[in-house]
Design a protein around this ligand. Structure first.
Ligand code: SF4
Length: 435
């Protein structure tokens, strides 16, 4: 079958001495075909270049078409490309009432407003997809090329409720696709984003019961409270979000269901434990942390990694002059690690773009960070979790870390967002010995 939705693969880097370098491929070239076939994405590219022997590669350089031959006998081809998908991204066909993209404030980086729902990005980067826009050809490709694991936003299993939540008639059919993929041995991780009063309580019972009985092969189940942003074009009323009491109810319900699952027990997001004023459970709860990126188990893993790198507590006063940028949830995660006791200041930054209910470090605007730091006295250095920055060291509002340092008048240093990295970094700042 002829491939649809193909495009040029822009070469970003070529490894010295690799088959690609020997064939004369250079950064800035665009790969148009391999063995005469156009390419949809990196999956096509890597499959085509995984075969041994000689491969003809059609390239475009400065507007001219050319063809080179790669000798693929001697190891990896040595090409890095700029994008994962070369044609159009698959767009979302839903209209979810709680859409996070719709609730983004104006003026952020453009790619953030793209409503993608693309199984390739789920396989390659762990993005959650809804399965509502898959054609038969897409399903066949996932199965035949073993594009596994995939990450699925399920939210509910009742057909009527799914249609309502996704704002899409195809939402009911997507559970059939889910079953088919499971039958074919594709590994799937599911999330249920809970919207208070919409898909929780008896609806969550039904969803979890169906997951246990009809979708038992699902590898992991994450239960996540909806994020309530106040800064966007279309925002969700605060009544749909969770507070201490309602988060506690969800945790009790999820806890009861965990007893009824033999494996792949549902896991509640960190945010629910934070809201309920509870400590995160032990690592065993998370069964290998399959949904860390989804905010499920981050606090536990962070604490355990931090403590494993520290031979004892930091001495009292040893971290004076150092500050850590954090959020209310971040402070909760850092709670028992002895950092504040050692004299470091934990600066909780209110999110000036999304509102106070959105308190993940990854969405902190540079302007809010600079503003919060300006009022803090007696600090020489500030550590910022690197998750707040993109690959160009910019915050979500486009401000660079250097600009935020200038504005706040204090040096801000990005630290990889893990407990091990923070422990190592704090040892460097500690006066009078790290633990
Ligand atoms: S699937 Fe729903 S939440 Fe995701 S982008 Fe589409 S409308 Fe928004």
């Amino acid at each position: 079958l002829k491939r649809k939705n193909c495009g040029p693969a822009l070469v970003e880097a070529v490894e010295e001495g690799s088959p690609a370098a020997i064939a004369g491929i250079r950064p800035g070239d665009s790969i148009i075909t391999v063995r005469g076939e156009p390419l949809r994405d990196v999956i096509d590219l890597y499959i085509a270049l995984a075969e041994t022997g000689h491969a003809s590669v059609g390239i475009e350089r400065s507007g001219e078409l050319d063809e080179v031959t790669l000798d693929l006998g001697g190891g990896p081809p040595g090409i890095e490309v700029a994008e994962q998908v070369f044609g159009e991204l698959m767009r979302c066909q839903n209209n979810c009432v709680f859409c996070f993209v719709d609730s983004l404030p104006e003026g952020l980086r453009k790619p953030l407003y793209v409503k993608d729902d693309d199984y390739r990005l789920s396989f390659l980067s762990g993005n959650f997809i809804t399965l509502t826009n898959l054609s038969r050809a897409d399903v066949r490709r996932i199965v035949s090329e073993r594009l596994s694991p995939l990450y699925v936003s399920l939210h509910a299993t009742e057909p009527g409720l799914r249609k309502k939540m996704f704002g899409n008639h195809e939402a009911a059919r997507a559970t059939k696709v889910l079953k088919e993929l499971l039958r074919e041995g594709i590994e799937l991780h599911a999330q249920v984003v809970l919207v208070r009063g919409v898909n929780d309580r008896e609806h969550l019972d039904r969803t979890l019961s169906d997951l246990r009985d009809e979708f038992a092969a699902v590898k992991s189940i994450g239960i996540v409270p909806v994020g309530i942003s106040t800064g966007g074009r279309r925002t969700l009323d605060a009544k749909y979000g969770y507070d201490a009491a309602s988060a506690g109810e969800v945790l009790d319900q999820v806890g009861a269901w965990r007893e009824r699952f033999g494996h792949s027990k549902p896991c509640a997001a960190d945010e629910l434990f934070f809201l309920a004023g509870l400590e995160p459970p032990d690592a065993g709860y998370y069964d290998g942390f399959p949904q860390l990126e989804n905010g499920i188990g981050l606090a536990r893993l962070f604490r355990d990694e931090f403590l494993s790198r520290q031979e004892g507590a930091f001495a009292r006063g040893s971290l004076e002059g150092t500050a850590l940028v954090t959020t209310p949830t971040g402070r909760w995660a850092l709670g028992p690690l002895g950092i504040a006791e050692a004299g470091a200041k934990l600066v909780e930054v209110p999110n000036g773009l999304f509102g106070v209910n959105v308190n993940v470090c990854g969405l902190l605007p540079g302007a809010s960070v600079a503003e919060a730091l300006r009022g803090v006295e007696g600090i020489d250095s500030v550590l910022l979790p690197s998750v707040a920055l993109d690959s160009e060291r910019r915050f979500i509002d486009g401000m660079t870390i250097e600009q935020a340092s200038d504005r706040s008048g204090v040096r801000i240093v990005a630290v990889e967002s893990s407990g091990a990295s923070l422990a190592e970094e704090l040892k460097r700042y500690s006066k009078g010995g790290a633990g």
